[in-house]
Ligand binder design. Structure first.
Ligand code: MF3
Ligand code: CO
Length: 248
């Protein structure tokens, strides 16, 4: 069941989104060779708390951390740990802020120092695919229009879109209807309406799209060991078009 949001509710989610965006700007300054993903996680938890918000992922379905920190071949749900990031790594940092009961969710992939030309290209194409998908998040379109825009761009560059994880509706809880697929035919699926708030969050692999989950039951990796990147925004569908809640 899709829960539509009023203008007032979207304004509250925007406040949560601004906080998420501001936190990502701080994370960008923190990322360097030699920092542990656990330090990034602790920073985010403290930053949100200091701004009157809660790190919603902590405790969600038993997840133990404020953030997911997904390094290199990790697609999503990487556990923050004591391992130090190294020059040339890429790390996706994903978290959800709960501010006054309303949520905002955003992931950004950061380069650690100098990264390879191929990794640069992966980040660029994945980010472009995110914004092309968001551009389709307009009332009257269908979910499939988002999926198709993302997939077409990614595949034009020879990369692949992960199928096993999707975007989602979001509001007072992290995962609401509808699922937002990042691959599929245009003109199909649920029709988008004003008041829907969704995430668009493509995960893109250099190699094949297949995933394998670690023994911890959470962390998904590429089966072929190639790099994976992800960018995610929370987006409201409004009369004026897509409203990205998680940008500054
Ligand atoms: N933020 C995630 C998403 O984009 C949710 C991560 S699952 C969690 O869907 F358990 F880590 F919270
Ligand atoms: Co997320």
């Amino acid at each position: 069941m899709v829960i539509l949001k009023s203008r007032e509710e979207i304004a509250l989610m925007r406040e949560a989104g601004k906080l998420v965006a501001a936190c990502h700007q701080e994370i960008a300054k923190l990322i360097r060779p030699g920092i542990a993903t656990r330090e990034i996680d602790q920073f985010v938890e403290k930053y949100l708390a200091a701004h009157g918000a809660r790190a919603e992922q902590k405790g969600y379905q038993g997840y133990a951390f404020a953030t997911c920190t997904s390094v290199n071949d990790v697609i999503c749900h990487g556990f923050p740990d004591k391992n130090l990031l190294r020059e040339g790594d890429i790390v996706a940092v994903d978290f959800v802020a709960n501010l006054n009961g309303w949520l905002a969710d955003s992931t950004w992939t950061y380069p650690v120092g100098q990264i390879s030309a191929e990794a640069e290209r992966l980040l660029k194409v994945t980010k472009e695919a995110l914004y092309l998908g968001i551009a389709q998040a307009v009332a009257g379109n269908r979910i499939g229009d988002i999926s198709h825009a993302v997939q077409a761009h990614v595949e034009a560059y020879g990369f692949s879109v992960v199928r096993d994880f999707t975007g989602h509706g979001i509001g007072r809880t992290i995962h609401e209807d509808p699922p937002v697929f990042h691959a599929g035919p245009p003109g199909r699926g649920l029709r988008l309406r004003e008041g829907m708030v969704i995430t668009v969050e493509p995960m893109v692999n250099i190699g094949a799209y297949h995933t394998r989950v670690d023994l911890n039951g959470w962390t998904a990796r590429t089966v072929d060991g190639t790099l994976s990147a992800q960018y995610e925004h929370t987006v409201a569908i409004t009369e004026e078009g897509p409203f990205i809640l998680t940008q500054p």
